[in-house]
Design a protein around this ligand. Structure first.
Ligand SMILES: [Zn+2]
Ligand SMILES: [Zn+2]
Ligand SMILES: [Zn+2]
Ligand SMILES: [Zn+2]
Length: 600
């Protein structure tokens, strides 16, 4: 474990033959040992560590797996050269902590939140809280935990915003109501503050016109003459009952108080300005881009956090570790310290990572030809390889072309192409799967050594070739099927069957239904024949390519010939019925009525 230098001074580029750790039982290269001491990542430090010699075996294994079954002697596949190393570099995610505020105004003096004088007081209190954060190890720990408990550990995350709900502060300052001068009351609009209102019934006079004589003092007497109004005794007016003759009523709005509740402060006289302050973190990821090889940078940009698994990412020196804080402070240059002071307004939490990423340039010797590839990560991914596979299956591709262009027997050519594992996959997937799916499957199984365009092209070719095989059988199937259908129709309409049905059913609609059921059976027969014939042809062509139990599952598509079959059978159906009209057989009633309409 410890034979990797603790401070690798001399970068080793070549994978030397000295063994550092043995391969595991499965033969897979073991994860290289992680140095037990890693320098703090203040200055960019890129180390190059020796790679496990077993690592390059994986490169050979990958290529052999792809070549296997492609009529190529795998003894001729060799690793000509491997130049690899484990690159070790620091990376940092800086979490910039920012506050976000929300304001709300509530009536009354709210208790609970921290009280401040005013808006200015809030600013001061807030700055104090913010300054306190930096020296709060619990908070720093919580922020760090929130960041590294994420699945991506915040690694390679740019402009990510992390919510930090565990920190929240409420502030309040009070404001006297301007509208009511902090009294909570306003003069009643209705009564002008008097508390009483002129009586609406008597207009404030205390009396109203008499309800019987309406103020006329006299009413109609029994002999046509006028008599004194008995209700008001000839006065014409009566005391107002609503205001008990006072002419005033209590104000219905303020109920004699003369004032109403201030609508602005809802009677509180004061309102509370509540400021809710929360924090969030903005992540900024940095790593020594300029100093790393282009291919490594490209991988990190492409994979992002998903590089974890290919690379070993270790979190080092948690920021709340007092040892590391001290150590870091001591390591800082004067310039950095000055800069820190200037930036003291921003509270930042750093998460430091050490990244170990094995990679290498591979040169293969495949049958005397040199091919190159790039290998990376602990899973031993091989990428950017030259198209060696296309070269190996070239003769098979030629057979597929022959099948497509009709040179020789299509099935025979397909069979010969299928002797290559990759092309067998192509033919089977094209026969069974929708094309997009087929292409995806082939790409997954042949991840290197063949260009994507070549795979697309091969799948399309195989699909066309298979369709060609079923072309004739589909026509034969249609002929056989429609002959069978015609036989059925003749038996039904020209023989005694139809008359029998008509007699038994005693219902023209029911008989018509039976007639069309007969047409349905005819069409079904034809489709069945076509599918049987086509499937037979595919199965025959696939002998030796496909396992017999899988062959039964293949149901070739009928294409436009399916529609043609429908038309042909329907024509036969009508033709036989028409014949029945001339041979004296039992012609269906519905047909007769249609003919009668046409003749008219
Ligand atoms: Zn008010
Ligand atoms: Zn009032
Ligand atoms: Zn009144
Ligand atoms: Zn009266």
């Amino acid at each position: 474990m410890n034979d990797i230098p603790k401070k690798p001074e001399k970068p080793k580029i070549e994978a030397s033959s000295e063994t550092q750790s043995p391969a595991t039982e499965e033969g897979a290269p073991e994860l290289p040992p992680v140095p037990d001491h890693i320098e703090p990542s203040i200055h960019t430090q890129i180390h190059k560590l020796d790679i496990d010699p077993a690592y390059k075996e994986k490169a050979l294994e990958r290529v052999i797996n792809i070549i296997k079954g492609n009529k190529f002697d795998i003894e001729k596949v060799k690793l000509a050269n491997f130049e690899g190393e484990i690159i070790q570099f620091p990376a940092t995610t800086t979490l910039k902590i920012t506050t976000k505020q929300s304001h709300k105004k509530m009536p009354g003096r709210i208790r609970g939140p921290t009280a401040v004088e005013n808006q200015q007081g809030l600013k001061v209190a807030l700055a104090k809280e913010y300054a306190k954060m930096e020296s709060d190890p619990d908070l720093i720990r919580q922020i760090t935990d929130a960041a590294i408990s994420r699945e991506d550990k915040c690694f390679a995350q740019q402009n990510l915003v992390i919510q930090l709900p565990f920190w929240k502060k409420d502030f309040v300052w009070f404001e006297g109501c301007e509208s009511c001068r902090a009294t909570g009351k306003t003069k009643c609009q209705r009564c002008g503050g008097k508390g009483v209102d002129a009586c609406g019934r008597c207009s404030g006079t205390g009396t109203c016109a008499c309800s019987q004589c309406r103020g006329a003092q006299m009413i109609q007497g029994p002999q046509g003459g006028k008599v004194q109004c008995p209700t008001c005794h000839g006065r014409g007016r009566m005391g107002c009952v609503l205001c008990s003759q006072t002419g005033r009523v209590n104000c219905p709005i303020c109920r004699t108080k003369g004032f109403t509740q201030c609508p602005v402060c809802k009677g509180h006289g004061w309102s509370s300005n509540i400021e809710i302050v929360e924090i969030e973190a903005r992540a900024d990821f940095t790593y020594p881009k300029e100093e790393l090889p282009d291919k490594i940078v490209a991988l990190i940009e492409e994979y992002g956090a998903k590089i974890d698994g290919h690379a070993k990412i270790t979190i080092v020196h948690l920021p709340d570790d007092p040892e590391s804080l001290k150590e870091r402070e001591e390591k800082k240059t004067e310039e950095q310290k000055r800069k820190d002071q200037l930036e003291s307004k921003t509270f930042m939490v750093e998460i430091n990572y050490e990244v170990l990423l094995p990679h290498g340039h591979v040169e293969y010797d495949i049958g005397g030809e040199s091919y190159y590839a790039f290998m990376f990560g602990y899973k031993g991914e091989v990428v950017h390889s030259s198209p060696f596979l296309e070269e190996i299956i070239r003769n098979g591709i030629r057979k597929l072309d022959d099948a497509l262009d009709g040179r020789g027997d299509i099935a025979e050519n397909l069979r010969m192409a299928a002797e290559y594992r990759t092309l067998r996959d192509v033919i089977l997937c094209a026969a069974r799967l929708p094309l997009v799916k087929a292409i995806a499957v082939i790409k997954e199984r042949n991840s290197i050594g063949i260009k994507d365009e070549t795979i697309n092209d091969l799948v399309l070719k195989a699909d066309k070739a298979i369709k060609k095989i079923t072309n004739k059988p589909r026509v034969y199937g249609m002929l056989a099927g429609s002959a069978a259908a015609a036989g059925l129709f003749a038996l039904y309409f020209l023989g005694p069957l139809h008359a029998l049905v008509e007699q038994k059913a005693k219902n023209p609609a029911l008989t018509g239904l039976a007639d069309f059921a007969c047409l349905g059976v005819g069409i079904y027969l034809t489709v069945l024949f076509m599918q049987k014939f086509a499937a037979g042809a595919v199965r025959k062509a696939m002998t030796g390519i496909i396992k017999p139990e899988n062959a039964r599952k293949m149901t070739p598509k009928l294409g436009s010939k399916g529609l043609l079959a429908f038309v042909v059978v329907a024509a036969l159906f009508l033709g036989i019925i028409e014949t029945s009209r001339h041979t004296g057989a039992n012609t269906p009633l519905w047909y007769k009525s249609v003919i009668a309409k046409i003749v008219k």
